[in-house]
Design a protein around this ligand. Structure first.
Ligand code: GLU
Length: 290
C-alpha cells in the first residue's frame, strides 16, 4: 500500500478541548471523523492540557452531546492531562539531541523584540532572543526560578530530519514547511506540553491512521510532520475539512456564543435534525467546503 491509498479500516479521532459546550462546528467535525471511520475505529480524546480552562462539567457535556448525536467511540477515552510524563519523555529526547531550548521571554519581551514581525500561522514568528543565550545565562535564569517555555529549533530540526511529505485527502502530497512557524513552543510556561506535541504524540499513541480536522489546522500539520520524524512516530493520512460559518461569515466558536448542541437539543431537535442542518444548503451563511 502506498501512502496515498485510501484506508479500508481507518482509525479516526475527535479531539475536543473541554473548555465550553460543543456547538454546530464541533458536531460537523465529529461527524467527519465518525463517518470517515466506516469499518475502522473512532476514538475520542480530551485535549485538556490547559488545566486552567478545562472543566469536568464540559467533559461530561461532550459525552452527553456526542451520544445524543448517535456517535459511539472506543473506550477508554484518553485524557491528555494524564500523560504529562510521556510528553516530558518526548521533550527529553529532543533535548538530548540539542533541538529545544528554554525561552524566558514574556509576551511584552516578544512584542518589544519584534518591531516588524514576520507573521506565521500562529502570529508573529519568535525572533530567537533566547536561542542565543549563553549556557551560563540560561542556567542563571533557571536557578533564579524564571519561568520558561521550551521552543524547538525548527530550522535545525528540519535540516536534521530531511525533506518531509504528508498526504492530505483533497490536496494530495504536501511538502512540509515547518519553518513558517519559526521556533514553535513545545512546552508552555504554564503547562509542560503544547497542543502540537501532545496531539502529535497522542495520534501515534492511539494508532490514529486518518486525522480529520478543520482547515484552520492545516498549517499545524507541517509541525506535526516534523515532530513525527524527530520522535520516530508514524505519519497518518490527513483530511482537512471546511469550517461551518455563521450568518456573519465567521467560523463558529465558543467565544461567539454560537448555538450550543445542548441548546439545540433542549429546543427539541434530534441528531437527524443536526445532520440536516449541517447540509451545505441549510447552513446560514456558508459552509466553506475544501
Ligand atoms: N483540540 C483541538 C480543537 O479543539 C483539535 C485538535 C486536532 O483536531 O488536531 O480545536
Amino acid at each position: 500500500m502506498t501512502a496515498d491509498s485510501p484506508l479500508s479500516e481507518p482509525v479516526t479521532r475527535f479531539a475536543p478541548s473541554p473548555t465550553g459546550l460543543l456547538h454546530l462546528g464541533h458536531a460537523y467535525a465529529a461527524f467527519q471523523a465518525f463517518d470517515a471511520a466506516k469499518k475502522g475505529r473512532f476514538i475520542l480524546r480530551m485535549e485538556d492540557v490547559d488545566q486552567s480552562r478545562c472543566r469536568p462539567e464540559y467533559e461530561a457535556a461532550i459525552y452527553e452531546d456526542l451520544a445524543w448525536l448517535g456517535l459511539v467511540w472506543d473506550k477508554p477515552v484518553r485524557r491528555q492531562s494524564e500523560h504529562f510524563a510521556a510528553y516530558d519523555a518526548a521533550l527529553n529526547r529532543l533535548r538530548g539531541e540539542g533541538l529545544i531550548y528554554p525561552c524566558f521571554c514574556t509576551r511584552a519581551d516578544i512584542a518589544a523584540a519584534t518591531s516588524a514581525p514576520h507573521v506565521g500561522p500562529e502570529g508573529p514568528v519568535y525572533s530567537g532572543t533566547c536561542r542565543h543565550l549563553s549556557q551560563g545565562d540560561r542556567q542563571a535564569r533557571i536557578d533564579a526560578g524564571t519561568p520558561f517555555a521550551l521552543r524547538l529549533k525548527t530550522d535545525d530540526a528540519h535540516a536534521r530530519a530531511g525533506g518531509l511529505v504528508w498526504h492530505d485527502a483533497t490536496r494530495g502530497a504536501i511538502e512540509a514547511t515547518p519553518e513558517i512557524f519559526g521556533d514553535v513552543v513545545l512546552a508552555r510556561k504554564d503547562t509542560p506540553t503544547s497542543y502540537h506535541l501532545a496531539c502529535t504524540y497522542d495520534d501515534a499513541q492511539q494508532g490514529v491512521t486518518l486525522v480529520t480536522r478543520g482547515i484552520d489546522l492545516f498549517a499545524a500539520t507541517h509541525i506535526h510532520r516534523l515532530l513525527q520524524a524527530l520522535l520516530k512516530l508514524p505519519t497518518p493520512q490527513y483530511a482537512h475539512h471546511g469550517l461551518i460559518v455563521g450568518a456573519d461569515g465567521k467560523k463558529y466558536s465558543k467565544r461567539d456564543k454560537a448555538p450550543t448542541l445542548r441548546a439545540l437539543r433542549e429546543s427539541g431537535k434530534n441528531a437527524d435534525d443536526i445532520r440536516q442542518m449541517l447540509r451545505e444548503e441549510n447552513v446560514p451563511g456558508a459552509v466553506l467546503w475544501e
